[in-house]
Design a protein around this ligand. Structure first.
Ligand code: FER
Length: 291
């Protein structure tokens, strides 16, 4: 009987979460009034393979992580005609709570970038897609919302800065200064990008959060020093679906920035859910604004 009651309660709790109006699968969160930036639709075919254009390359490689004590996988996109005699800026692109270093491939970043380059709409850059769960077992298995698993997303700040960035700079022909480094991500990766990007202003000039998750720190923690932020940050850009129950993480930061006259963009994707429709749009736009 006790088991049955607990089971029924669980089903009820799940049903309640799903029943929140406009809350999508993460409903019931506070609504923060904010002025959104203008939504401009991406052109038809921005995420579809175009025949006859130059293509970049997707590579999977591994690096040693002192932070985790393991060898970790990472997916990398090299732009068309990658040339070792040139230097490239780097975008670190982070996945969500259920993903790993392969998740972003669902958003066809190679196709989006190839299309942008064919139209001369983005600077040649290397895109690094790591596994943002810095744990010995970094697979999205078991209770992915559990505190131990979520902790891995926090620990990743050290893996990224102390292990991955030096590895990338050693293996590829990259610039190594703040002005040539960007960070963006989806959901948990959006929260990480805001936390790590704004928390390390000396390392990242461009910061993007797509449908950022509740791991996003409070605005006062993210931007404790307005003057330092205004001086070092070149772009703070966010997007979130209008039907995504996690909007408050983005709108809370946008409201804080507006109040303190810190340049910040937040686009509300019309009828957008918590999915790759919004995240592909995020990459398409963010990539054109950096470097
Ligand atoms: C939460 C709801 C959603 C949360 C994380 C997420 C850590 C992440 C979702 C995603 O990455 O897609 O309460 O807490």
């Amino acid at each position: 009987m006790k088991k049955f009651c607990l089971g029924a309660l669980f089903v009820l709790a799940i049903a309640t979460v799903h029943a929140q109006p406009g809350g999508g699968m993460f409903g019931g969160m506070p609504k923060i009034d904010v002025t959104f930036n203008e939504y401009v639709a991406a052109p038809e075919g921005f995420d579809k393979e175009t025949a006859g254009i130059e293509r970049g390359t997707i590579v999977e490689t591994e690096y040693q992580s002192k932070t985790v004590g393991t060898t970790r996988k990472v997916t990398i996109y090299l732009p068309p005609k990658y040339d070792k005699s040139k230097k490239y800026p780097v975008l670190y692109l982070l996945h969500g709570i259920g993903g790993d270093h392969k998740e972003w491939m669902q958003g066809v970043p190679n196709i989006i970038m190839d299309n942008l380059y064919a139209k001369g709409k983005a600077k040649p850059m290397i895109i690094v897609m790591p596994n943002g769960r810095a744990l010995p077992n970094d697979k999205p298995e078991g209770n992915i919302y559990g505190p131990e698993m979520v902790k891995g997303f926090e620990i990743f700040e050290r893996d990224l800065i102390d292990d991955l960035i030096p590895f990338i700079q050693g293996k590829y022909s990259t610039y190594t200064d703040q002005a040539h480094r960007a960070i963006a991500g989806l959901s948990m990766g959006g929260g990480q990008s805001l936390n790590f990007g704004l928390g390390n202003l000396d390392k990242f000039a461009y910061v993007g959060g797509f449908s950022s998750a509740p791991n996003t720190k409070q605005p006062e923690q993210l931007i404790p020093d307005m003057a330092a932020m205004k001086k070092a940050n070149k772009l703070l850009w966010m997007v979130c679906g209008s039907k995504d129950g996690l909007m408050f993480n983005s709108s809370r930061l946008k409201a804080f920035c507006d109040k303190n006259e810190i340049p910040c963009t937040l686009i509300q994707y019309p009828d957008g859910q918590h999915d790759f429709v919004v995240w592909k749009y995020g990459l398409y736009n963010f990539a054109q604004l950096i470097f």
